[in-house]
Design a protein around this ligand. Structure first.
Ligand SMILES: *Cc1c(COP(=O)(O)O)cnc(C)c1O
Length: 311
């Protein structure tokens, strides 16, 4: 199901545990993506990307990210012996910056909004390979494994899956993976895939609500969900199509709801960063769609250990 390479660059990613949890009186399965080697699901995409790049002889990569994607690339880049240059917003979480640095990547903080680091990375990409988590299609090849794994672990697929969505790389990878399973006749129908965004950064919600055919301009606001502060999701048409094809919904949650969900998870022993609590905050709103027998799942995408101390 994945692009073939003679030797993988791997840190033991994948096969994350699934545990039961509860929120707002709803029982759901949490897939612990924050137990990945660098603390977020980003490693699923990075292992595929870096493995292929090494095979092609790439030795220098650049990337821009608010934290987890860069930390992941820095780790796998170190493993593959590549030089990584990473552009980050100057205000990114200090623990994430420290993590990127410790793997030996060259860190370039950029003042201004998130978009400014993308522009800086794209300029630097004239001299090095742009190993972007957003643009590079190999990332989605890797995130497809989320869907395969869920099916292998449960012997079936859930009825509903709820994701935090910025650029939607996990959401789209999961969609592509479940579609592969359907085409292979291993499952009978696609699960409903729901996208949850932060109120402060909700372009996909606006597109969904107003049935737009153009990407809207949204004014950036502050939010505790730093991992999904995305004004212009590059694959928004594909996201819109995946939501439609699976009868999913797009909803938003407030910072207050996110922090409340983060605490509710921690009280069950699950410490995640605020961005990763976003789908759990969304369960309350989605509740009316769930039938009592439905199996509901959410990935917990990022570790609390490197998040800003919001608790
Ligand atoms: C990157 C990230 C997300 C969002 O991923 P997208 O591909 O932008 O939708 C969610 N949670 C965490 C912890 C992340 O690091």
């Amino acid at each position: 199901m994945l692009p073939s390479v003679s030797e993988m660059v791997s840190l033991g990613e994948g096969w994350t545990p699934i545990v039961s949890a509860q929120a707002y009186g709803i029982s759901f399965l949490a897939k612990l993506e924050f137990l990945a080697p660098t603390g977020s699901f980003k490693d699923r995409g990075t292992t595929v990307l870096v493995s292929l790049l090494r095979e092609l002889g790439v030795t220098k990569v650049v990337e821009d990210s608010s934290g987890n994607a860069a930390a992941s690339l820095a780790a796998y880049g170190a493993r593959a012996g590549m030089h990584c240059k990473i552009f980050v917003p100057a205000q990114a979480s200090p623990a994430k910056l420290a993590q990127i640095r410790v793997y030996g990547a060259e860190l370039c903080p950029v003042e201004g909004p998130r978009e400014s680091s993308s522009i800086a990375a794209q300029q630097a990409a004239q001299q090095a390979y742009y190993a972007s988590h957003v643009y590079n299609p190999l990332i989605l090849e890797g995130t497809k494994t989320f869907a395969y794994e869920v099916w292998e672990q449960l012997g079936r697929v859930p009825d509903h899956l709820v994701f935090p969505v910025g650029h939607g790389t996990l959401f789209l990878g999961a969609y592509l993976g479940f579609r592969d399973l359907l085409e292979a006749q291993l499952i009978e129908k696609l699960p409903a895939l729901h996208a949850v965004q932060s109120e402060g950064y909700a372009p996909l919600y606006k597109i969904y609500k107003e049935d737009l055919s153009e990407l809207p301009e949204i004014a950036p606001q502050s939010t505790v969900a730093e991992g999904i502060c995305i004004q212009k999701p590059v694959r928004w048409r594909a996201l819109q199509q995946a939501v439609r094809a699976t009868c999913g919904k797009v909803i938003t949650v407030s910072d207050e709801e996110i922090l409340q969900a983060q605490r509710a998870l921690a009280q069950q022993g699950l410490f995640v960063e605020p961005t990763a609590a976003v789908p759990i905050a969304g369960l309350q709103n989605l509740k009316r769609l769930f039938r009592p027998s439905d199996l509901i799942m959410a990935p917990l995408t990022g570790s609390g250990l490197k998040s800003f101390p919001t608790l």
